[in-house]
Design a protein around this ligand. Structure first.
Ligand SMILES: Nc1nc2c(ncn2[C@@H]2O[C@H](COP(=O)(O)OP(=O)(O)OP(=O)(O)O)[C@@H](O)[C@H]2O)c(=O)[nH]1
Ligand SMILES: [Mg+2]
Ligand SMILES: [Zn+2]
Length: 341
C-alpha cells in the first residue's frame, strides 16, 4: 500500500485490507525519494491548491514508472480546514482517516469551544471522532473534568489519559486494529506527539517542553504518517493555531445535537432565538437547561459555516464568469473575419 506522507510516499504494510489496487512498481520501504514533492513541482501545484487533487498526507497514490505520483485515488474521508489564503479556500489536513483523535489538555483547563470546533471538523471529515484528554496526572479530578467535556461531546467517547505514564491508553489501543488510520488534532503542547509515541511504543516523533505559560512550542511542524507494528497507522499533525471551520449543517447538527433538537421545537422554523414567541432555545437558556457558553459557541460556528459557504459560492460564481468570458472570447476569435490574402 503506498500512501502520501510529508513530501514523500510511504509503503504501509498491506494487510489484505480492502483498498485500492496498485499499479506500477512499489518502492522499497521506506521510500527515500520525493515523488510527492516531485509531482507537485512538475505540475506547479502548491500543497493545498484547488481544482486538482493534490496529494495530502494519508492519500493513496499510484506511482508511474519513474516513481512519481501519477494519480491520487478517491478519498474515503478527508479532514479539511479553512485557510484564510486568497488563492485557496481549504487545506486537506489528512486523507483516508477512520478515527480523529481530538486531543485536549486537562492542564491548563480544557477549552470546550475548541473541542466543539474540532469535533465539528471531525464529523465533517466522515471519520469517527474520539476525544482524548491528556495530562490527567496534573489535575486532582480528571474524571470530573472528563464528565464536563463529555457533556459537550455528545455521542463521542471521551478518555482521560497520562501518555507519559502509559495510563488510560487501553481504550485507544483497542481502536488500533490493522488497517485503521487515526489522526491526532489539537493545540500545540496538548501532547499529541507524546500520545503518538506512547501508542507506537517508540519515539517516532520529537516532543517539546511547554512554555512557562502552559502553551506549546509548536514542536511538530509537519504532518507525518507513523505506521504501527500492529498494522494501524497514526498521523501526527502540528498544533493548530486557529482552526478555520469547514463545516456544513450536518456536521454542526452532529456536534450540537442538543441545540439542534431544541431549535427544531421553536414555533417558527426560521426562529433566530432572540425574542421570538415560542422559542424553545430561549426557554432552555432561561431555565438553565442549555448554557450560554454552548449556545454562543453554536452561534459562532454557524456564522462561520455560513460565511464559508458564501465564500465558496462567490468563488464558484467568479469561476463560472471567468469560464464564460473565456468561451465568449474563443467564440469571437473563431468567427473573426479571415483577412483576404
Ligand atoms: N505531565 C504530563 N505531561 C505530558 C503528558 N503528555 C504530554 N506531556 C508533555 O507535554 C509537552 C508537550 O507534548 P508534545 O507531545 O510535544 O505536544 P504536541 O501536542 O505534540 O505539541 P506540538 O507538536 O507543538 O503541536 C511535553 O513536555 C510532554 O512531555 C501527560 O500525559 N502528562
Ligand atoms: Mg507534536
Ligand atoms: Zn428559537
Amino acid at each position: 500500500m503506498v500512501r502520501a506522507d510529508k513530501g514523500a510516499v510511504l509503503v504501509v504494510p498491506d494487510l489484505g485490507v480492502p483498498g485500492p489496487a496498485l499499479a506500477g512498481p512499489v518502492p522499497a520501504q521506506p521510500t527515500p525519494a520525493e515523488p510527492v514533492r516531485a509531482a507537485l513541482a512538475r505540475d506547479g501545484l502548491a500543497e493545498h491548491d484547488e481544482g486538482r487533487v493534490v496529494p495530502a498526507v494519508g492519500d493513496y497514490v499510484l506511482l508511474d514508472d519513474a516513481g512519481c505520483v501519477a494519480r491520487v485515488l478517491p478519498r474515503s474521508s478527508a479532514l479539511v480546514r479553512d485557510t484564510a489564503g486568497r488563492t485557496s479556500l481549504t487545506q486537506v489536513l489528512a486523507a483516508n482517516v477512520d478515527v480523529v483523535l481530538v486531543v485536549e489538555h486537562l492542564d491548563p483547563d480544557p477549552d470546550l469551544g475548541r473541542v466543539e470546533r474540532l469535533l465539528t471538523l471531525a464529523w465533517r471529515s466522515g471519520a469517527t471522532p474520539v476525544v482524548v484528554l491528556t495530562k490527567a496526572d496534573l489535575v486532582p479530578d480528571p474524571w470530573g473534568m472528563a464528565a464536563d467535556v463529555q457533556r459537550v461531546a455528545l455521542g463521542v467517547d471521551v478518555h482521560a489519559v497520562t501518555a507519559t505514564a502509559d495510563e488510560g491508553l487501553g481504550p485507544l489501543r483497542a481502536v488500533l486494529t490493522p488497517g485503521t488510520t487515526l489522526v491526532v488534532v489539537g493545540p500545540s503542547g496538548a501532547g499529541k506527539s507524546t500520545l503518538v509515541n506512547a501508542l507506537a511504543g517508540r519515539a517516532a516523533m520529537p516532543t517539546g517542553e511547554r512554555r512557562a505559560d502552559g502553551r506549546g512550542r509548536h514542536t511538530t511542524t509537519h504532518r507525518e504518517l507513523v505506521p504501527l507494528a500492529g498494522g494501524a497507522v497514526l498521523i501526527d499533525t502540528p498544533g493548530l493555531r486557529a482552526v478555520g471551520l469547514v463545516a456544513d449543517a450536518e456536521a454542526l447538527e452532529h456536534t450540537f445535537a442538543d441545540v439542534a433538537a431544541l431549535a427544531a421545537r421553536c414555533r417558527f422554523s426560521d426562529c433566530a432565538h432572540r425574542s421570538e414567541p415560542g422559542c424553545a432555545v430561549r426557554a432552555a437558556l432561561d431555565s438553565g437547561e442549555l448554557d450560554e457558553r454552548r449556545f454562543d459557541s453554536w452561534r459562532r460556528l454557524e456564522r462561520e459555516a455560513a460565511y464559508q459557504e458564501r465564500r465558496v459560492d462567490a468563488r464558484l460564481a467568479a469561476a463560472e464568469r471567468a469560464r464564460w468570458k473565456k468561451l465568449t472570447a474563443e467564440h469571437r476569435r473563431g468567427h473573426r473575419p479571415v483577412p483576404r490574402a
